[in-house]
Design a protein around this ligand. Structure first.
Ligand code: DGJ
Length: 556
């Protein structure tokens, strides 16, 4: 051991000792390790033994440094999150081969605990947005050993090859050290989940055309891949023979996923936290030819991914589509009986906060807008720097309301009691002219159907009887409803108005509000602030500000 090694080792031991003593880890009650649980095709992230809803935000890429962490926390305070997503960079973590620096990881964990926040660590390693940019320098300087892909013409592609065995071995080793350290220093599970790599796959070439890759491409498709793509095992053959025009794409996916699957398995064997992979996903409605990032968990290859990387608990879409239908489709296709929906990255401006509700309606275990911290100046639509309020308020409007009831919502969602609706279009002022709104003549944009009631929802803001001329700049109306008991509902919403209508066994019966309580949650318990009645209920329940209501109805 040379002096440098010795110093690192001493630092490592010291940092563990300090963390353990300053945080009193030895005295902390051990909680069960977080896990993903599934019942009746629905999923929950279980933290401290209970369903947990991730109200998250992701820091900017270069914020995980002791010098910049204060600018991360200052933003998180204003966002009302309960979980921070933040990267750990391989280049920082393993600055010399076999030397591991846990200082950044330890700082994040310690400082998150001081703020009572949970953390999702993002392992920026072999792949970051399809490139190798977070590999340690000592690897980048040996490009023949830790090689990148080449395209069909033999030209270099800025993306690591999934066939580089030495890179795989180095990643497995580093990720194992990462998970081992987490296991040692985090018995209270401040870190609840780990993202393995970031947006893996490649842009600009559908696969690697190196010698190694070409040889593999001529080999037989593994049985597991055939099964995943529902191809009969009698139809064995090479990738080209079995998958024809999709062969190159599926081949690349299989090898990227197998690579990451091996990294994940090594880490999980040491410390079995939930693990996920995020994707720069292709458009699920109009994918077009594979000019999208190939290799990641796109909607057409989710089963290939599941077969190649069984220790990855979920495949998560980074959703940056601006078109509402494409956004909603993305939520839908990543929420399946075998895949819990989690949105680890998305936009936060304009009307995007409404998609948080849409995600919950699809059973999401969490939602996290990207790039929210004070390290980065953002320019607003007026060409001027955005204020913190401009940046954080849209997300905070949701999370401030949900944070004290996050566990309640997670549980209701796991049990299948939640439905949501979001505003799809801006209000057409012409269509709104004339006419008071009453129970029988209610202007509604969408309906949520429950067992014996329909909820007719009009989006926008309202002036008692009709829609007022004021509409929010962007169509951002949203509503969540949970059926708590017979004729009893929890309603959470913003920029909408709701009227109930009896259906099924109550159809055509006269009905009334028994009580409409407006309130808020404190540590999972509803606290009533006032009872709404008269003008506040006769024309529908008006969510002109973000609101939580508990509603009871009765019929004759
Ligand atoms: C998606 C990536 O996953 C993020 O790390 C970041 O690069 C954003 N794109 C763009 O800022």
């Amino acid at each position: 051991m040379n002096f440098f090694h010795f110093k690192q080792t001493v630092n490592h031991i010291l940092s563990i000792f300090l963390l353990v003593t300053t945080l009193g880890i030895s005295q902390t009650k051990e909680n069960p390790i977080p896990r993903i649980e599934t019942q009746n095709g629905r999923h929950a992230l279980i933290v401290d033994g209970e369903p947990y809803l991730i109200l998250g935000a992701q820091s900017n890429n270069s914020s995980s440094w002791p010098a910049t962490l204060p600018q991360v926390w200052s933003a998180m305070d204003q966002l009302h999150i309960n979980t921070l997503e933040i990267p750990i960079y391989w280049e920082q973590f393993e600055p010399q081969p076999g030397l591991y620096d846990y200082s950044v990881m330890d700082s994040i964990i310690k400082q998150a605990r001081e703020r009572d926040l949970r953390v999702i660590l993002l392992w920026f390693a072999t792949w970051k947005n399809g490139s190798n940019h977070y590999m340690p320098q000592w690897m980048k300087l040996k490009p023949d050993t830790y090689f990148n892909m080449v395209n069909k013409n033999g030209e270099p592609i800025d993306s690591p090859s999934p066939h580089a065995q030495a890179t795989l071995e180095a990643d497995i080793k580093a990720f194992s050290m990462f998970m081992n350290h987490l296991k040692e220093v985090d018995p209270q599970h401040t870190v609840i989940m780990v993202q393995v790599q970031n947006e893996p796959g490649s842009w600009g070439s559908v696969r690697d055309y190196s010698k190694e890759a070409n040889k593999l491409f001529e080999s037989k498709v593994p049985k597991e891949a055939l099964k995943a793509m529902e191809v009969s095992s009698n139809i064995g053959g090479t990738w080209k023979q079995v998958f024809g025009e999709h062969a190159e794409e599926y081949f690349h996916v299989w090898h990227v996923a197998s690579y990451i699957g091996q990294v994940a398995s090594a880490g999980k064997a040491i410390y079995p936290l939930p693990l996920y992979v995020n994707g720069a996903i292709r458009n699920p409605i109009n994918p077009g030819p594979p000019y999208y990032q190939v290799g990641g968990p796109n909607d057409n290859v989710l089963n290939l991914w599941k077969a190649a990387a069984p220790d990855i608990d979920l495949l998560a879409p980074d959703i940056y589509f601006k078109d509402t239908q494409t956004y909603l489709k993305s939520l839908e296709v990543y929420s399946t009986k075998t895949n819990p929906l989690f949105v680890p990255e998305t936009f936060w401006h304009e009307d995007f906060p409404k998609f948080f509700y849409a995600a919950l309606g699809e059973g999401a275990i969490g939602y996290a807008p990207f790039g929210l911290d004070d390290t980065r100046l953002r320019i607003g639509p007026d060409g001027k720097p955005m204020t913190a309020k401009d940046m954080y308020e849209p997300t905070a409007l949701n999370f401030k309301l949900f944070k004290p009831m996050a566990d309640v919502i997670a549980k209701l969602n796991y049990d299948g009691h939640i439905q949501t609706a979001i505003q799809l279009l801006p209000i057409d002022p012409e269509a709104e002219k004339g006419g008071a709104v009453d129970r029988e003549n209610y202007v509604s944009d969408q309906t949520i159907s429950l067992k014996s009631w329909d909820l007719n929802i009009a989006f926008g803001t309202f002036d008692r009887m009709s829609r007022s001329s004021f509409q929010p700049k962007h169509p951002d109306g949203r509503l969540l409803v949970a059926e708590l008991d017979t004729n009893e509902f929890l309603l959470v919403g913003y920029h909408c108005r709701v009227m109930f209508e009896p259906t099924g066994k109550y159809a055509d019966k006269p009905w009334w509000f028994l009580s409409v309580e407006e309130g808020h949650y404190e540590n999972g318990t509803f606290v009533m602030d006032r009872i709404l009645n008269g003008d506040q209920t006769d024309w529908g329940l008006n969510f002109d500000t973000p609101k939580v209501l508990r509603v009871k109805l009765y019929t004759r």
